[in-house]
Design a protein around this ligand. Structure first.
Ligand SMILES: *Cc1c(COP(=O)(O)O)cnc(C)c1O
Length: 375
């Protein structure tokens, strides 16, 4: 199968870069593109604030800063995600506590999250995995009942929808987005946070600019780094944002077709289509054997992988290695909780098909045929 190229970069992005370079201003501190991108994304999501930054990982770092854990406090998160979800927890000297997942979706299981809440829990950091909406309404209720922050990592879930029709990213206190090369839309690298809270928006904006309140002077109000987006990134991202609804519609149309094509295969658990943003197309084999199926599909030229990760992140070597210098702080004596459902998914039951906006009905037919043949 000829792999469809999934990017939508073209003349619009070239024109955007031309505009910025000719303006002579590449920095968002004095330029207009980054602030415009923030307004446009905030408007798209109906959020009061969007804060642009240099990557999805930077956006997650800002979101953890907003949650303000004390050193050693705990943040509950999922073992099946990009490491960019977990690294910012460590960067703020907080401890990631992994809760287990729903074995059909890989998304956090609210009952497992509830069991993981303890006296030092400060926040829940949930991921809308592969573009499937996570149960954030339940998690928000849990967060509210315990006085915790809810952060939604929407890096894989641009415009995913919750069962009530709201966008994924509007149920938590802060949401994060990524513009990395392989996300729904891209400017190479880039990120955004969303929030309705003026105070949290200010805290994140300051952190992304060295704690610098430029309205006062050369004045550093709080600890921060430089996570600023450039005008070049923002201009490309704005051109991409215009294309986002089309990207979603195209991915949804073909993915829903594949779900229909495979619906009779009882060995497979297919994704629920409701609100899905189809960053990838995950298939679960409750009986195991994802590695063999992936191999069979690749032999037929279908881009398929088993497990998504080498190991679930509760077993990542980074969590048993030194964190700063030779020190293990804040992970001294840390033993990541076992997450049997996540471990079984990654080791045996989870199959990933690459998906993108340029797939055609023909691609769907080839994938469906290959899955049937390989089973
Ligand atoms: C891509 C991704 C990130 C990290 O984003 P970067 O822009 O690559 O830093 C974080 N979380 C999830 C779920 C992702 O898919």
């Amino acid at each position: 199968m000829a792999e469809a190229d999934g990017r939508t970069l073209g003349d619009e992005e070239v024109a955007a870069l031309d505009r910025v370079i000719r303006s002579g201003m590449l920095s968002s501190v004095w330029g207009t593109e980054t602030r415009a991108l923030e307004r446009e994304v905030a408007e798209m999501y109906g959020s009061r604030h969007a804060v642009a930054c240099s990557s999805g990982t930077a956006a997650l770092h800002l979101s953890v800063v907003a949650a303000a854990p004390d050193p050693g406090d705990e943040i509950i998160t999922t073992p099946i995600t990009d490491f960019g979800t977990v690294a910012p927890i460590l960067a703020q000297n907080a401890v990631p506590v992994f809760a287990d997942v729903d074995p059909e979706t890989g998304n956090l299981d609210p009952s497992a999250v509830a069991k993981a809440i303890g006296p030092r829990t400060r926040a829940i950091l949930v991921v809308h995995l592969f573009g499937a909406p996570a149960p954030v309404t339940e998690l928000r209720a849990l967060a509210d009942a315990h006085g915790l922050a809810l952060i939604e990592d929407c890096a894989q879930a641009w415009l995913a929808e919750l069962p009530d029709g709201r966008y994924a990213g509007t149920a938590g206190h802060v949401a994060t987005l990524s513009l990395q090369q392989w996300k729904h839309i891209t400017c190479g690298d880039g990120g955004l946070t969303l929030t309705d809270d003026d105070g949290l928006a200010r805290r994140m904006r300051l952190f992304a600019d060295k704690g610098w309140d430029r309205s006062v002077g050369r004045y550093h109000e709080s600890f921060g780094l430089n996570y600023r987006m450039t005008e070049l990134q923002a201009a490309v991202a704005r051109a991409q944002l215009v294309k986002l609804p089309g990207v979603l519609a195209a991915r949804r149309r073909t993915a829903e077709r594949l779900v229909a094509e495979l619906a009779d295969l009882e060995a497979l658990v297919l994704p629920r289509t409701q609100g899905h943003a189809w960053w990838l197309f995950p298939i679960v084999l409750p009986g195991g054997g994802a590695a063999e199926l992936a191999e069979g599909l690749r032999a037929d030229g279908v881009p398929a992988r088993a497990g998504y990760l080498s190991q679930p992140l509760n077993r990542a070597p980074a969590l048993t290695a030194p964190v700063y210098g030779g020190s293990r702080y804040p992970l001294e004596g840390y033993v990541p909780a076992p997450c049997p459902e996540a471990e079984r998914m990654v080791d045996d039951t989870l199959l990933i098909l690459d998906w993108n906006e340029n797939y055609t009905d023909e691609h769907v037919e080839v994938v469906a045929g290959a899955v049937r043949a390989a089973l």
